[in-house]
Write a protein of this length. Sequence first.
Length: 131
Amino acid sequence: MSDVGLRLRLARERTGLNQTDFAELGGVSRNTQTKYETGERAPDSDYFQRLRDQNIDIVYILTGQEQAGDFLSSTESELLSSFRSLSPVQQQALVQMIGSMLDPFYALNGPRSAPIPHEPVIKMPERHRED
């Protein structure tokens, strides 16, 4: 197994996807994915571009260097690594949950294109009823 093949397998395992589903991300068959991971065949640039479009760290696959690790704190790096190990559906659910934590409006309506300005609250004088 080549180093690239090994890192490709590790990157796939981080996503939690099987070979068939990961191969689909890259636009290849499961058989081709197996050959890439065992080093029997080398992936082409189109394959890597498709993976990159799915937020797979191709720099790590090619070089062994984690792309985000140099710029993130250890907590942020751990969070990112955990996020990458989730399925795409789980990732989307987490993004929505975080959005709703940051902005309750998001939970019901999705992201805003622009923040809504806060309007001043005007209190109306209370009317007293005369009995």
